[in-house]
Ligand binder design. Structure first.
Ligand code: ADP
Length: 502
């Protein structure tokens, strides 16, 4: 029998901020708190976070969310963690101190290293085992970089003094006691983003670790996404609550959107865009530039897999217009400015700032603005920036259709950009299928709450999750086929111009 009293606490540790949200049994947020952390850019292409700051922020937002909703630890049935994926932390087992700043998923310092690791076989050397191409995106090469570039690190790692983890591991270790017996664990979804895990056995791949020169004693234990791992003990955590769910942020959003059956997909519009299609209990390997990843594993049940299209730059292009070009004062304003013109006027922005991710995987690409004439004004450029998210999404969906044979009938969306009506309408137009936004937009945090709540019986099954999902708004396509085809062809020509520029 599921319990309906009490709440579940979700910790959502994202790229720009940490959030804590308490959810009730209907999956509605009842209290939340959020705080941003520093983005550290030591050199062009390098992006770091201070893991200690992140841990302080997580404690702060958890305590503040509980206080603002006047909820006591005894009313919290479980806690789940969801996190920015791939971001890599190494810390000292005895002191709990990180040995270096965390290297963030967007960081491109491992480009040459990835080429070296691929050797003659090239970027697909480990794809069959890991579902991933060798790319700066993933955690394993970031860990190799630390071992090779931080003085004394390799010796300390080999002596068993150090722990490696993605942000979920770092938080779980600290929340369950840190240097005083904290659990060194990760879940299958986060582990599947390291390039060190065998997708089928769900265990660390000894051969890849040997190739990379990574001592296996550094690695966390791989667990399912939904089970009672241990109890929160850190002050402010809240103490005594079972830690019972861990999911990478995009997998959590897939869960929160109730995409729990094969063929169901969601698209998240945040810093970048991440489209995940649930493919069921067999991994599907992509021929069209998508990643194969673990979607979730509930306790002892077989893991579910997903095909993923990751786009590096979507919402962050809007930030760039705001901060670097000062074309807009706020992300919100992008809609108003784009509405001052009827269309893009022939201008296209291809935001290949860190190369192109899915489906093209072109590290040699760089950003371009094409189609400029004397006619083009600020409105056209802002519009082109918004449209870039929609075109890139269409590329990923076409790859997904080609790989899976599943034809999309509607797209469930979430993330910071989906408040933008103009973008959502254009997305429906350029795809030719309806775009649907749910009532609870915090799908990432909600997904981690579901994983934790399922493990302790707060929610009984996927039926509860389906019942809680509700539609807020739907955009239906209004563009003619001819126009859709013409615009998409122009976009593809613009992308050609971005290649071979790095
Ligand atoms: P993340 O979880 O990756 O940090 P969010 O889901 O919070 O990101 O989304 C933030 C992104 O959404 C930012 O990059 C911002 O530029 C973009 N964004 C926010 N509001 C709007 C808007 N009204 N129109 C377009 N983009 C927006």
């Amino acid at each position: 029998m599921a319990r309906s009293s009490g709440y579940v606490l979700s910790i959502d540790q994202g790229t720009t901020s940490s959030r804590a949200i308490l959810f009730d049994h209907r999956g509605r947020p009842v209290g939340s708190e959020q705080v941003e952390h520093e983005q550290i850019f030591p050199r062009p292409g390098w992006v770091e976070h201070d893991a200690s700051e992140i841990w302080r922020n997580v404690r702060r937002v958890a305590a503040a969310a509980m206080a603002s909703a006047e909820i006591k630890p005894s009313e919290v049935m479980a806690c789940g963690i969801t996190n920015q994926r791939e971001t890599t932390v190494v810390w000292d087992r005895k002191t709990g101190a990180p040995v270096h700043h965390a290297i963030v998923w967007q960081d491109t310092r491992t480009a040459a290293l990835c080429e070296r690791l691929g050797g003659e076989a090239g970027p697909d050397r480990y794809r069959e085992r890991t579902g991933l191409p060798l790319s700066t995106y993933f955690a394993g090469p970031k860990l190799v970089w630390l071992l090779e570039n931080v003085d004394g690190l390799r010796e300390r790692a080999e002596a068993g003094e150090l722990c490696f983890g993605t942000i979920d591991s770092w938080l779980a270790w600290n929340m369950t006691g840190g240097a005083k017996g904290g659990l060194h664990i990760t879940d299958v979804t986060n582990a599947s983003r390291t390039m060190l895990m065998d997708l089928r056995t769900l265990q660390w791949d000894e051969e890849i670790c040997a190739d990379f020169g990574i001592p296996m004693s550094m690695l966390p234990e791989i667990r399912s996404s939904s089970e009672v791992y241990g109890t929160l003990t850190a002050p402010g955590s809240p103490e005594g609550v079972p830690l019972a769910g861990i999911l990478g942020d995009q997998q959590a959003a897939t869960f929160g959107q109730a995409c729990l059956a094969p063929g169901q997909a969601k698209n998240t519009y945040g810093t970048g865009n991440f489209l995940l299609l649930n493919t069921g209990t067999e991994p599907v390997f992509s021929e069209h530039g998508l990643l194969t990843t673990v979607c979730y594993q509930i306790g002892g049940a077989p893991a579910c897999y997903a095909l993923e299209g990751s786009i590096a730059v979507t919402g962050s292009l809007i930030q760039w217009l705001r901060d670097n070009l000062r074309l807009i004062r706020s992300a919100d304003e992008s809609e108003k400015i784009a509405k001052t013109v009827d269309d893009n006027g022939g201008a296209y922005i291809v935001p290949a700032f860190s190369g192109l991710f899915a489906p093209r995987w072109r590290p040699d690409a760089r950003g371009v603005i094409v189609g400029l004439t004397r006619f083009i004004n600020r409105g056209h450029l802002v519009r082109a920036a918004l449209e870039a998210s929609a075109y890139q999404t269409r590329e990923v969906i076409e790859a997904m259709t080609a790989d899976s044979g599943v034809t999309l009938t509607a797209l469930k969306v979430d993330g910071g950009m989906v408040v933008n009506d103009l973008l959502m309408q254009f997305q429906a137009d350029i795809l030719g299928v309806p775009v649907i936004r749910p009532v609870v937009s915090e799908t990432t945090a909600l997904g981690a709450a579901y994983a934790a709540g399922l493990a302790v019986g707060y929610w009984a099954s996927a039926d509860d999750i389906h019942r809680n999902w509700a539609q807020d708004k739907e955009w239906t396509p209004q563009m003619g086929d001819e126009e859709r085809t013409r615009l998409y062809a122009e976009w593809n020509r613009a992308v050609e111009h971005s290649l071979d520029l790095a």
